[in-house]
Design a protein around this ligand. Structure first.
Ligand code: SF4
Ligand code: SF4
Length: 627
């Protein structure tokens, strides 16, 4: 490896930069090394112009007009680009929604008394959500309600109904618009299945029709699978309330047994958390010479534990290999999504045990322990015991924890915000009307080795809060701004005078942690609540979305459901669509006339902030508010 690398250009995060040097010294290969070897990437694929849907191909369209302009079947650039994008949305929607289904199955098992280790933590939310599904909730026991709710939610995955239940949360204008366009989501699985059907060779060959179905498919995620995932997680594990914690690789402890949980679904990690608190296992850790057991998170499984229990967060997507390179991790337990298959190779350089837990997510080099609601607590205790016993295999001389952790605040569910505001969103609306808060932006999404880690998220967040625009963020974006110190109440001094005074009076940071990737629906719910209170559509609000460092198909689905819900959304990396100018024009301009919002692509976060500020000013003006 080249020792002359300038790691300052890889990341703005100090822990990442120091760990990259360490990885080089330890000959540990990282995602950046593999990215460098893959560069330059295939131009056809980057433009969305390659198709391998059938074996008459694979086919490629020449973007310069000199070579083939059609695949073997006759599909042109517009069709191929739209089909590829449609399949990305389908994969993203499927990932979120299947995550939601797993949670509903746990809820069902809890109701049946077959899930030791799980219980109903928020019976009030259970009642409220059940009532939305038309389930009698007032005079009944929580477990009876839970059984009916699990059944009703499972039906949302099928095709029995013409519309998903939680779509009713959207403003009436938005629902009417979806109905007129024929994109009201019906069944969660149905829309994904139909997208795979439409994109089979010889089915939907109208690129506009394909993209419209892409919006419906994404809506089935945003107002369906992801919304169910968030609601059921709150019901089972508790609705998040603000809590202090810490972030970055400094949360790993040299004198403790360190266990990392990574992935997305809290089903496994919630039981690991319980096992880590076991007096018997803590005593065992002390017997083995450790000061105790330290559980920390990565990516969105980490976000789930962080926002509900204040469990510290070791890092976001690009930190996952580097956290193992500290040599201080006894065990990493993964569930699914965003877990790089290369990660076990890093673990193999150290003493770390790698454990996979889901039958649908197995990895080379990991020991597989399959979790089910029935056996989860028992398995969790067994795994924590193994991690404690593994402490003896740690080589102290190889341990390197390069930084001190940064304090942060998490747990801003809508319920928490409404509580802080005294019981309704009216004070927030008043602050927006007065201009103290000019608008709100959801910054979401991943890290991507094509982009300097965290630079997009943090720069954009700083510019927005300086302009009195409240930022709510999720997923790896939320971790980035926390590492940069934006998630403590003291960070209010970085905000403009209006936002600063609101934050200081409430004792909150100017950048609010809204949770994990599926929790982007909390942003939809907040937008719907504001729009409903004001009697306008979501597209009328001074709000926007941004995904400055996205990489994943799930982010494509999120972006599509944001836009289809009326939220202007700015992407950092360009999606693979530039092979079709028609598709680019529809997504960045034409959708304004269809759903009242569109995408923009702006890799420079300084310029993205200007675009968003202009958008918010225009929306304020249209509402008759000061700019
Ligand atoms: S679907 Fe058409 S463009 Fe795609 S691989 Fe088959 S023949 Fe080629
Ligand atoms: S934000 Fe992106 S990289 Fe991070 S956990 Fe979510 S999908 Fe994965």
């Amino acid at each position: 490896m080249n020792s002359l690398r300038n790691y300052d250009s890889y990341s703005i995060a100090q822990d990442t930069r120091l760990m990259l040097k360490r990885a080089e010294q330890e000959s540990v290969e990282t995602v950046w090394d593999r990215h460098e070897r893959q560069s330059p990437h295939c131009g056809f694929c980057e433009m969305g112009l390659s198709c391998r849907i059938c074996v008459m191909g694979p086919c490629r369209i020449d973007p310069f007009g000199e070579g083939p302009q059609q695949g073997v079947c006759g599909a042109d650039a517009d069709i191929i680009v739209a089909r590829n994008l449609g399949r990305m949305i389908a994969a993203g929607a499927a990932a979120h929604s299947d995550h939601g289904r797993d949670l509903v199955e746990v809820l069902e098992k809890v109701a049946e008394g077959k899930a030791p280790g799980y219980s109903i933590q928020d019976a009030n939310k259970l009642r409220l959500v059940a009532a939305e599904y038309g389930i009698e909730a007032l005079e009944r026991e929580p477990l009876a309600i839970a059984k009916d709710l699990a059944f009703a939610m499972q039906e949302d995955y099928g095709t029995r109904k013409k519309c998903l239940q939680l779509v009713d949360r959207a403003p009436s204008q938005r629902r009417a618009l979806w109905e007129n366009l024929g994109i009201t989501p019906r069944g969660i699985d149905r829309e994904t299945s139909e997208m795979m059907h439409r994109t089979h060779m010889g089915v939907d060959n109208d690129w506009v029709s394909l993209l419209l179905h892409g919006l419906r498919n994404a809506l089935s995620d945003g107002w369906g699978g992801s919304m169910i995932a968030t609601d059921v997680s709150d019901i089972l594990y508790g609705t998040p309330m603000p809590a202090f914690s810490q972030v970055n690789m400094g949360v790993l402890k040299e004198d403790m047994v360190n266990i990392l949980v990574h992935g997305h679904n809290p089903v496994v990690s919630e039981t690991i958390l319980q096992a880590c608190a076991s007096p018997e296992l803590i005593a065992l850790a002390k017997e083995k010479g450790a000061a105790g057991i330290n559980l920390a998170g990565l990516c969105c499984t980490g976000n789930e534990l962080l926002m509900r229990h204040g469990v510290p967060m070791a890092g976001n997507h690009l930190c996952t290999e580097l956290a193992l390179t500290t040599g201080a991790v006894e065990m990493m337990i993964v569930d699914y999504q965003c877990i790089m298959p290369a990660i076990s190779k890093v673990a193999a350089c150290f003493h770390t045990k790698m454990i996979s837990t889901s039958d649908k997510a197995k990895f080379p080099g990991m020991v597989h322990r399959e979790f089910h609601p029935e056996n989860a607590l028992e398995l969790a205790h067994g795994l924590v015991r193994e991690a404690v016993e593994n402490f003896a295999r740690r080589i102290p001389e190889r341990v390197y924890i390069p930084v001190e952790p940064i304090p942060m605040m998490a747990g801003f569910s809508i319920e928490a915000i409404v509580k802080a505001l005294g019981g309704s969103v009216t004070p927030l609306i008043d602050a927006i009307k007065s201009g103290a808060i000019r608008g709100a932006v959801g910054i979401v999404g991943c890290n991507n080795p094509k982009i300097k880690q965290d630079h997009g998220h943090v720069t954009l967040a700083k510019r927005l809060i300086e302009n009195d625009i409240l930022v709510v963020d999720t997923g790896c974006a939320a971790v980035a701004s926390a590492k940069a110190g934006l998630k403590v109440p003291e960070a209010a001094v970085m905000a403009g005078a209006g936002l600063r005074s609101v934050c200081q009076s409430l004792g909150i940071p100017p950048v609010l942690h809204f949770g994990s990737c599926v929790d982007n629906v909390r942003i939809l719910n907040l937008a719907a609540a504001l729009a409903n209170t004001l009697g306008v559509d979501i597209s009328d609000l001074p709000i926007a979305g941004a995904a400055p460092e996205w990489y994943s198909e799930k982010a494509v689905s999120i972006g599509a459901y944001f836009v289809a819900s009326g939220v202007f959304t700015v992407l950092g990396p360009m999606p693979p669509i530039t092979g079709s100018l028609n598709v680019v024009k529809l997504l960045t301009e034409g959708l304004n006339g269809v759903v009242g919002a569109a995408f923009a692509v702006e890799p420079d976060p300084e310029k993205a902030a200007i675009l968003i500020k202009e958008h918010i000013d225009a929306k304020r003006k249209a509402l008759g508010l000061g700019v």
